[in-house]
Design a binder for this molecule. Structure first.
Ligand code: NAD
Length: 329
């Protein structure tokens, strides 16, 4: 039986993979994959990693040296992988889609929470404070939502927003003619939207797409939600946008410096990241720690596709769902 070492494993991963695995010996490790922990993969035929593991040139070369034949990402995003180094040396497979519903629904949950101040109401009523002062929201009906990226997740949020009776506008490099929405320029989306939800992959082109310049083009009082990757937003610019009240509230499931923080209980630690501390302390910022994917259905689909990717590779060398430097990913 082939041996697979899993990095950054949490109880919910073990639960979903054990429910489906029949063919592999799985070594579940809580450690993240780093230059220091890569040696734990010794003796493995493949490794399985998540979004905050490090897959740089050092790690890739070490894995090859130790005889690892495949890296299986149990994520859709692959911005954390040095594809150039891995090219033609170590195949990388991923889970391109596991539940766009999970992420789109979380984006809407963040928007609704920001607008109707559910986080504040929850804390108040726990203390028998039944005052409504400061909890005013607005109807979503007839408001304009701007969707940045109309791929799998953006498309589901479009349907959800239409269910609310919202006016949907979108910006994407490629316009999908099957979507009954109005595509606009990025500038138009920024200036016309009452709320903006980001569903772009993190690439060289999208890194810090939300910056001082683009924030200054936004409609005053906009809600901004990001469930894609933290690096799409320049966080310091976001804080300036929140302080000067262009951005009325931000719902963030991802953060550009999340790697050593998210998915862990840091409640007994003095957080050294001052930018994060500012965000956490702002009353109009809601932060969730990269949990948009976390539904039963998504986890089950992640396990199913990951195991199937690994099985095909070891059965006859078929590389399903490959990401690579020269592929059209
Ligand atoms: P997708 O590939 O289906 O869609 C991405 C869309 O972005 C495509 O339509 C593409 O044309 C567009 N795009 C790419 N580069 C662009 C650019 N420079 N300008 C304008 N448009 C551009 O991806 P998806 O499945 O919808 O996922 C979106 C992102 O969500 C993923 O890349 C991933 O990083 C993130 N994600 C987050 C979670 C989470 O738990 N928070 C879970 C899954 C995915």
């Amino acid at each position: 039986m082939k041996k697979i070492t899993f990095f950054d494993t949490k109880p919910y991963d073990i639960h979903s993979f054990d429910a489906l695995n029949k063919n592999f010996i799985i070594n579940y490790l809580p450690e993240k994959l780093t230059r220091q922990t890569v040696y734990l993969a010794k003796g493995s035929d493949a490794i399985c990693v998540f979004v905050n593991d490090t897959i740089d040139s050092f790690v890739i070369d070490k894995l090859i040296e130790m005889g690892v034949k495949l890296i299986a990402l149990r994520s859709a995003g692959f911005n954390h992988v040095d594809l150039k180094t891995a090219s033609n040396k170590l195949p990388i497979v991923r889970v391109p889609a596991y539940s766009p519903y999970a992420v789109a629904e979380h984006a809407m949950a963040l928007l609704l929470t920001l607008n109707r101040k559910i986080h504040k109401a929850y804390a108040r009523t726990k203390e028998f404070n039944f005052s409504l002062n400061g909890l005013m929201g607005f109807d979503f009906y007839n408001k304009t939502i701007g969707i940045l990226g109309t791929g799998r997740i953006g498309q589901i949020l479009i349907k959800i927003a239409k269910g609310f009776g919202m006016n949907v506008i979108a910006y994407d490099l490629y316009q999908n003619p099957n979507l009954d929405i109005q595509y606009v320029t990025l500038d138009d989306l920024l200036s016309k939207s009452d709320m903006i939800s980001v569903h772009l992959p993190l690439t060289e082109q999208t890194k810090h797409l939300i910056n001082d310049e683009t924030i200054n083009k936004m409609k005053k009082g906009v809600y901004l939600v990001n469930t894609s990757r933290g690096g799409v937003i320049n966080t310091e610019a976001l804080i300036r946008g929140l302080k000067n009240e262009i951005i009325k509230g931000a719902g963030l499931d991802v953060y550009e410096e999340e790697t050593n923080l998210f998915f862990e209980d840091m409640s007994d630690t003095i957080i050294q990241d001052d930018i994060l501390s500012i965000l956490v302390n702002m009353p109009n910022v809601i932060l969730t720690s990269h949990q948009a994917f976390l539904t039963e259905e998504a986890l089950s689909n992640i396990a199913k596709t990951t195991l199937s990717n690994i099985e095909s590779f070891f059965k006859d060398g078929t590389i399903n769902n490959e990401v690579c430097y020269l592929c059209k990913n």
